[in-house]
Design a binder for this molecule. Sequence first.
Ligand SMILES: [Zn+2]
Length: 88
Amino acid sequence: MKKQAEKPSTPERKRKPFLRRKVCRFCTDKKLEIDYKNPKILRFFITERGKIIPRRISGNCAKHQRQITLAIKRARNIALLPFTTVTK
Ligand SMILES: [Zn+2]
């Protein structure tokens, strides 16, 4: 009476072709600071239409994604970033 445990001891790490595993850039680069007064950095994390890019895609960690979200919202309030980009 053997109970077959089908738990693989080592899960295979396969690379998904269309989703690169990015590491949070703020964790990687300590010099990078999330600053709501710096739209250059924040622009990496918004779409062309001014939407915030979700964590799944941006690859940020939860901690930094929250800070970015906050920074973007602040930047919007002081008109450094658009709420939506007007397409002509
Ligand atoms: Zn991070």
